[in-house]
Design a protein around this ligand. Structure first.
Ligand code: F6R
Length: 366
């Protein structure tokens, strides 16, 4: 039931802090990160020398973030692919110690299940990150990590996206531990950083009025461009996907530095651009892109970190996020503004946010 919310999208956005707290609770023991669900021995985990992350849609975006976390923290090479592409590829390179991780909220996405079967056929172990207990993905995999986000009713995925990212972060830490590339103190610090995420999301949700105001920019737009760098290029992809799905407004996303290689031709006075520009290593580079956007009279809506005057002075609207200790975890917080923004834009354009046209909650055909 809606329990006082106007729609399931609003309810599920609001449920994110608790979902993540549930997932994180009791995960740090004396020996480090506890993920017994993996059903892999310490030796098996330590031997993993390559990981394929396979998923569709929003879950694929989780995979892009997970790739960075695993490669940065555990130093294990990762390939991330769309299941619908992976299934027809002939260049899949499986070693004796390749692990396949499928990421699927519903656990029933046909392309993702087919990818898991393909990997099993090639001798790889398959591990599922899923939200649905007893789903086909859970039953057919060697190990399952349930994200425990609770039923997701709105067709557009919100809480499963952020919870799946956190699940993958736990997995990356567990792997780093077994590979001996991270000290117990470092693992504990990362775990504490993850523990701070729910409150940061609560803070973003309390600032929904910022998204409501910014939604006006998109009321009569016909297209929008999302830009971000590094891990937040993925936030841009996910923000554009959410906006398209629920508001039917055409949106595309690029790594910010790619704008000048083509998409900049789209810019004209009034054209809406959403820039994800938190306080991180690549901040100043993205600020230059915002200046290029402004120079063409386009309207910039930014997601930025509290107190960032350099962004505030350049943008029509700023969706503020509180500081996040580890810049690799910013996507889990920043995306919440884009979920809320997409919902408000959809509502101002008269769309049914929970049941967008042409879409089903799980895609059970290949
Ligand atoms: C977007 C969305 C879809 C799903 C995709 C995969 O909001 O919900 O893109 O993410 O269909 O679904 P799962 O994760 O159930 O495999």
């Amino acid at each position: 039931t809606l329990g006082g919310y106007a729609d399931f999208m609003a309810k599920e956005i609001a449920e994110q802090p608790e979902a993540i707290e549930r997932l994180l609770s009791g995960r740090l023991g004396e020996k480090g990160i506890l993920l017994d669900e993996l059903k892999m021995t310490e030796e098996e985990l330590a031997a993993v020398d390559r990981i394929y992350l396979i998923a569709c849609g929003t879950s694929y975006h989780v995979g892009l973030i997970a790739r960075t976390l695993i490669q940065t923290w555990a130093k294990v090479p990762v390939i991330c692919d769309y299941a619908s592409e992976f299934n027809y590829e002939q260049d899949v390179l499986v070693t004796d110690h390749t692990l396949c991780v499928i990421i699927t909220q519903s656990g029933e996405t046909a392309d993702t299940l087919a990818a898991a079967r393909k990997m099993h056929g090639m001798g790889a172990k398959v591990f599922a990150v899923t939200n649905v207990l007893g789903s086909t993905a859970a039953r057919e995999s060697d190990g399952v990590l349930y994200v425990q986000a609770g039923p997701e009713v709105c067709v557009a995925s919100t809480k499963a996206y952020t919870a799946q990212m956190v699940a993958c972060a736990l997995f990356a830490l567990r792997l780093a531990q077994s590979h001996g590339v991270m000290s117990a103190e470092e693992v504990a610090t990362h775990y504490q950083d993850l523990k701070a995420i729910p409150d940061a999301i609560r803070e973003v949700i309390s600032r929904s009025w910022q998204d409501k105001q910014a939604a006006a920019v998109f009321r009569s737009a016909t297209s929008a461009l999302f830009l971000g760098r590094g891990v937040n290029a993925t936030t841009a992809y996910e923000g554009a996907l959410k906006l398209k799905e629920v508001s039917y407004l055409h949106a595309e996303a690029y790594p910010a530095g790619e704008m000048k290689h083509g998409p900049i031709a789209l810019l004209e006075p009034g054209f809406p651009v959403v820039a994800i520009v938190p306080a991180d290593r690549v901040h100043d580079k993205t600020v230059s892109n915002i200046q290029e956007v402004n120079a063409r009279g386009a309207v910039c809506v930014a997601v930025a970190t509290d107190g960032d005057e350099s962004v505030a002075s350049l943008c029509e609207h700023v969706l503020w996020i509180p500081p996040v200790a580890d810049e690799l975890l910013v996507p889990i917080v920043a995306v919440v503004h884009l979920q809320i923004l997409a919902r408000y834009v959809a509502r101002t354009r008269g769309c049914d946010v929970d049941k967008p046209r042409n879409l089903a909650k799980s895609v059970t055909v290949e």
